[in-house]
Write a protein that binds this ligand. Sequence first.
Ligand code: HEM
Length: 460
Amino acid sequence: MTDKAIPHPKALPIIGNALVSINPATAFTDLQRLADELGPIYALDMPGYHDQVVLTGPDLFGEACDDSRFDKSPAQRLRAVLGDGLFTAFTDSRAWQRGHRIIAPAFTGAAISRLYPSIVDPIQQLAERLVRMEPGSDVDVPTLTSAMTLDVVGLCLFSYRFGNVYTNTPTPFLQALDRALTLLAEGAGKKDLYAVMHPRATRDLRESAEVLISFVDDFVKRRRSMPDGNAPDDLLQHMLTAADPDTGERLSDIEVRQQTLTLLIAGHETTSGTLAFALHHLAAQPQVQDWAREQVDEVLGSDRSVLPTMEQVGQLDRIHQIVDETLRLHPTAPVLLRHPRRATTIGGGYHLDAGATILIPLPKVHIDPAIWGPDAEVFRPRRWESVGQLPAGAYQPFGVGVRGCIGRLFALAEARATLAVLLHRFEIRDPHPAPLTIALHITLKPQNVTLRFLARPGVS
Ligand code: HEM
């Protein structure tokens, strides 16, 4: 069989598709626009990179989900900060395998039930802060959700209260984290010419990383010095004490640092963005808000000071649908990178070299009209009432296979509980309706979500 030619945008000598087809400032929207022009598979010629192939068709992505033929390609720049942490390690490395076997049991359904009180504690603080605000105040939602989700991982991971929800200026740790992610998104962390041309960004990234590392190292040191039996039973303690069930090995100090930073970063921005996107849509569609609130009131009752139990959150299928729909349109970890384990063909004849990198922009994959119908780009949570078994490549906001998100159940519990509490206690209004703008900041972040939270009768 002869290979089918993979379409590609017109390339220029030396720079290939850089700047002309893919501009660094708009790279993410460019990837999606090129899919409209060239179809569900196309190739890019970017200087300094081996073959790059972009897949946006669910059928093609479905094939690339198969772990026996394809594997994750860890993002090199993130490795500069997170090293061999779970997110950035190579699947075949002992570091990933050891880390996965030790950490995955801390994220099972039973483990999340045990962590649940620490998940809802900062949610309660967020609701209290909103009640105490001057009625009618504008709230910068992404800032607040970012503060809360870091407080949640801090409490669950370290039994530590960052206290971000209560402060008006972000704590030094949150500032350093935001700075590091912004710099990484802008290109810092690359080992090539970037470091030479942007010495200031390179230095700033190193300084931000040092703040993060010294916080984590101090914390771990204090924890290790606690007498036996006094240490809290949290994720950090699990990482410090659990042994790899296959080899009996424990995580080294460097591994504990890298895994801790990984979990703080991976567990914070993604859920924060998801909540901010969901709240934007709820404010923009009051009828969806009323529909979801009706069920929340039915399950949680009229006492608006209660926090939902995990079982109650499990019954709120309308909230589940809102979160699923939010992650369909705004998968906050928006690009998956994979590569074939060996030279192969995909889509019935497109040849892929072993060294090819496959880019999968999930927001484009998730709006295929063949799967979701003509209103695929509309936020309509009720579509999930009739969604049956989806093909593998149709909807994967948490990634695929063995490298899929370890924190999926944690994130879903947190996002669902937060929306339940907010809908139970507040009417959410958008005082300045405007089209949503989105930035790519490693994760997808909504830019202009300024909302008002009006306390419902009985909330004090
Ligand atoms: C991996 C999405 C929340 C920890 C991933 C991947 C995606 C993802 C797409 C795979 C990335 C890839 O293949 O390159 C999300 C979304 C979240 C979320 C959308 C929230 C709505 C969380 C939380 C935690 C977490 C709360 C932990 C507290 C991780 C880790 C990995 C990962 C450690 C790497 C797993 C591995 O490769 O072994 N996540 N995530 N995530 N996520 Fe999440």
